[in-house]
Design a protein around this ligand. Structure first.
Ligand SMILES: [Zn+2]
Length: 348
């Protein structure tokens, strides 16, 4: 709990276990003196299944609902949530540890009938690719003993229909959620968190108190614009995955090493195989070659055939379509404007 200086308790956090042992409904009392309560439902002291519930006096919201692809609980702990209780979902970015559980919320009917999923345009586009891929994996895993399939294609389609994609914007929840009590005063603000195409921190404000959810921060990608500074907050929920890491190798040294090793292998007529995540990392890799291949002599360049496949095909299309304006770094914007490139992530 924190005092916001007005003698008012700005927020309260609780845990699912505090009230949900017997699956009893949530008993929180936001309102007089406590504008909101935040309940982490996953992603606490673990990597994966990020999910926060924000409870105000008149509404229930989620910030992210991810999947844990490692050991332990696969999906966030949704105990105590009633059918139709969730009024809106805010998504910070499209990585599956932040969105992979949204179809489960759909299949359990926890969303109100017209609950929107509010996020950025690139996050919507990447989520479509990632949720379809995640369903394929989920179905395979459901065949294993003791596992069951928890959602279907229909749930994924319904989820995608709920998206309300925007830029990095401010908004008033009343303009997005039909049938909210008129006393509800929640406003939101999205800013660039420089982690993945379209990634955002999200600030939510009600009754003079503000909470900021950082989402994942940074990733040292030179195709994304710089981080936007979030507003002052009464409480901050901050990603800390690498919080204990004092030094990373320099990102530009790593890019140069990858490129140099690949080109020397090409000169030795050896194939190079780079396993990589399809969304984000693949485009980072393609962009390394895009920026440097023109420096090679014609002979070496003619020996190079660059092949990318799997999920990186559709996600690179998304990057080419959506990496412009506020979502792209200056270098990408320059490629588009000065060179007329409409596929800035694809080397020739
Ligand atoms: Zn992420």
């Amino acid at each position: 709990m924190t005092d916001n200086g007005n003698g008012q308790v700005a927020y309260k956090t609780t845990t699912v276990d505090e009230y949900a042992e017997d699956d009893v409904p949530l008993e929180v009392d936001p309102g007089d003196g406590t504008p909101f309560v935040v309940i982490p439902r996953g992603g606490v002291q673990e990597v994966g299944r990020s999910c926060y519930q924000l409870e105000t006096k008149f509404g229930t919201y989620l910030v992210d609902a991810g999947l844990n692809q490692g050991d332990g609980g696969q999906f966030p702990d949704f105990r105590g949530l009633d059918e139709g209780q969730i009024d809106a979902v805010f998504l910070t970015h499209a990585h599956i540890d932040h969105i992979g559980a949204v179809p489960v919320i759909e299949s359990r009917h926890l969303l109100s009938p017209r609950a929107p999923i509010i996020t950025t345009r690139p996050t919507e586009a990447l989520a479509s690719t990632l949720l379809k891929d995640s369903l394929k994996i989920h179905k395979e895993q459901a065949e294993k003993p003791g596992r069951e399939q928890l959602y279907t294609e229909t749930d994924v389609r319904k989820v995608l229909d709920r998206f309300v994609p925007r830029g990095y914007i401010r908004g008033d929840i009343q303009d997005y959620v039909p049938n909210l009590p008129e006393q509800e005063t929640l406003t939101f603000d999205f800013g660039n968190s420089a982690h993945l195409l379209g990634s955002a921190w999200i600030a939510l404000e009600t009754l003079g108190s503000r909470v900021v959810f950082s989402g994942d921060i940074g990733g040292r990608s030179n195709h994304l614009p710089d981080f936007d500074e979030p507003p002052k907050a009464d409480s901050l929920f901050l990603e800390s995955t690498y919080g204990g890491t004092e030094n990373h190798d320099s990102a530009s040294d790593i890019r140069t090493d990858i490129y140099t090793d690949a080109i020397s292998a090409v000169r030795d007529q050896e194939p190079v195989l780079i396993p990589s995540f399809g969304v984000g990392r693949s485009q980072e890799l393609l962009y390394i070659f895009k920026n440097r291949l023109h420096q090679l002599d014609n002979d070496t360049r003619s020996q190079i055939q660059l092949i990318y496949d799997g999920m990186s095909v559709s996600s690179t299309n998304t990057y080419n379509q959506h990496a412009h304006g506020e979502f792209a770094s200056e270098s990408i914007r320059n490629l588009r404007v000065s060179n007329g490139e409409d596929q800035p992530f694809l080397p020739e």
